[in-house]
Write a protein that binds this ligand. Structure first.
Ligand SMILES: *Cc1c(COP(=O)(O)O)cnc(C)c1O
Length: 224
């Protein structure tokens, strides 16, 4: 199947999942997760109506942003971010979904303040207690709230998670939604987004409240 057909099918499935959950499908955004995907395929996805894309590596992302700058696309950063790449990420991506530590949050804050902006971020939560995965363990997130809140260079939009591979994702999506609800008042009305759900579990994520779906293989095919 082609990219256009894939996107069409995904849209239909999202709509059905949203209706099952009594949600408005219009509040759910599809992000094309484009690591290893060449610019030509991103162009095809654009022609099929996609506008938002997520990249995992700064250098790879910058190349594609450059090659596709004739199109009105929005790129978010969704990968592991090293401190020394923060400046480039802030300058070239319009949001970071993978703010995985207080240290990284502070670094983004200082770059954003230098530029006189407040920069849109999602805090990544590591719900599976997986050592191999990045993200705030929930208890660390809660104990960092006050410091996170005190960083004026950040504009916190919500939370992001990746459930452990091979497990039922639903309890993890539920948990992320509960954490969002618990801390919502801390960050104010703009803090309402749930970045969760990928190719194999986006319908479950929609049922549990996702607002940003990060979808790669189901749109672009298997990565090579
Ligand atoms: C690769 C990736 C995705 C998309 O994964 P698929 O299984 O291809 O849909 C989503 N989020 C992040 C952070 C990723 O690295």
């Amino acid at each position: 199947m082609g990219i256009r057909e894939n996107i069409q099918k995904i849209r239909e499935r999202i709509e059905r999942a949203a209706l099952r959950a009594g949600r408005d499908p219009g509040e759910i955004k599809i992000m094309g997760a484009t690591k290893t995907v060449p610019p030509g395929k991103i162009r095809e996805a654009y022609q099929a109506g996609l506008r938002l894309f997520g990249e995992n590596r700064v250098q790879e992302g910058l190349k594609k942003i450059q090659e596709l700058k004739d199109l009105p696309l929005e790129f978010h950063f969704i990968g592991v971010l090293q401190s020394n790449k923060v400046r480039k990420a802030v300058e070239n991506f319009s949001a970071i979904h993978s703010v995985a530590s207080l240290k990284l949050a502070k670094k983004i804050n200082s770059v954003a303040l230098e530029k006189g902006m407040s920069y849109p971020v999602f805090f990544e939560i590591n719900l599976g207690a997986e050592e191999s995965k990045s993200g705030f363990p929930p208890e660390v997130f809660f104990s960092s709230l006050e410091e996170l809140y005190s960083l004026p260079g950040l504009k916190p939009l919500g939370l992001m998670t990746i459930p452990p591979l091979g497990e039922n994702p639903r309890p993890y999506f539920v948990k992320l939604r509960e954490i969002l609800e618990e801390v919502r008042e801390t960050f104010g009305p703009e803090f309402k987004e749930l970045s969760m759900g990928m190719s194999d579990d986006y319908e479950v994520a929609v049922e549990e409240g996702a607002t940003f779906l990060r979808i790669g293989r189901a749109i672009f095919g298997e990565r090579t």
